[in-house]
Design a protein around this ligand. Structure first.
Ligand SMILES: [Zn+2]
Ligand SMILES: [Zn+2]
Length: 329
């Protein structure tokens, strides 16, 4: 890992990958990829569905303590959204840069560079390829700080609209289809909302979201803005145990009938999923349903490592109460 001497200060809610990309564009805007290659020891494509990317350490080193690694993870990455449903070992590896050998209290090995980690099953999700932006935030940002930038929030695959403006997030040009899959070459969303390829203007559009999708969006924002320590995610309990407890409430503890109740609920869930428009979150919703990617039986055994969107849909379906943030504040 080579040392970088100067790094722009991240803007409010900016994704750290966008910060590094802005920096690299300042160094060499005509050919940024080799600059990234010199910084990293692994293939450094900047997809928007990385839970962790080693560039965060390069940025943290460049700030030399003025902005901490923990702050970058918390405010400028998707890590807080994923960590409550992640396996403890992965959370520990990313936060403390160490690998535990043989269980919780055994020997740990500290590592210099944590390898990048992609979100689970992200290929099945609609909003997991192109970096997204809000056309109204982009204009406001340009007025306020002089440039549009990639927001962490807009990369949440369980959001359809901007939490501030309620318009749909853009992911590609309506006219020519151009999109930003790897932001090594596109450090910011298109300036003045003008497509860099064909010149068409991106405009805000609005959709009506039903109460279930609105709930999932709100819970996703809560996850991203979780209070408390990074290593003890505030929503960990509901994300890891909520489906089980919602199920036992419905099942009334009748162990022998559990399998039948789960099978019936699975059928009801499939109907609910399509009735309320959840298919829009997936590339091939039928495949996700048929291949049991969203299987309740699986979730009852273990939800460790499930995608947060999967957990949130089940929690909403089972009417599990979402913990209030007021108590924590
Ligand atoms: Zn916005
Ligand atoms: Zn275009």
């Amino acid at each position: 890992m080579s040392k970088v001497s100067f790094m722009p200060t991240p803007f409010d809610g900016e994704h750290f990958a966008g910060v590094v990309s802005r920096k690299v564009t300042l160094l060499d805007s005509s050919n940024p990829k080799p600059v990234f290659e010199r910084m990293l020891s692994e293939d450094s494509s900047l997809s928007n569905q990385r839970i962790y990317h080693p560039l965060i350490d390069i940025a943290a080193n460049a700030y030399e303590g003025s902005i901490s690694r923990e702050y970058l993870l918390r405010k400028h990455s998707l890590f807080p959204y994923y960590s409550p449903s992640m396996h403890f070992r992965d959370v520990d590896k990313i936060i403390n840069k160490r690998i535990r050998k043989g269980g919780l209290w055994k020997r740990c090995e500290f590592i210099e560079q944590v390898p990048s980690l992609s979100a689970p099953l992200c290929r099945t999700l609609s909003f997991s390829l192109a970096w997204r932006w809000c056309p109204l935030c982009a204009i406001e940002d340009e007025k306020r700080v002089g440039t549009s930038y990639w927001h962490v929030e807009h990369q949440l695959p369980s959001m359809i609209t901007c939490s501030k403006h309620a318009c749909e997030l853009c992911e590609s040009c309506n006219n020519c289809g151009f999109s930003s899959i790897d932001i090594r070459i596109m450090a910011t969303p298109p300036t003045t909302n003008k497509c860099t390829k064909c010149g068409a203007i991106h405009r805000a559009s609005y959709v009506d979201l039903n109460g279930h999708i609105t709930w999932v969006q709100q819970a996703s924002m809560d996850l991203l803005n979780s209070p408390g320590m990074l290593s003890k995610p505030y929503f960990e309990h509901v994300m890891k145990r909520g489906i089980q407890s919602g199920f036992s409430n419905l099942n009334g503890g009748r162990i022998r009938e559990q399998v039948f109740v789960a099978a019936r609920l699975q059928q009801d869930f499939v109907a609910w999923f399509f009735e309320h428009g959840f298919e829009r979150f997936f590339h091939e919703p039928e495949a996700v349903i048929n291949y049991k990617t969203l299987s309740l039986e699986k979730a009852l055994r273990n939800v460790n490592g499930w995608h947060p969107l999967f957990v949130l849909m089940w929690l909403r379906f089972l009417a599990v109460e979402w913990p209030s943030l007021e108590i924590a504040a």
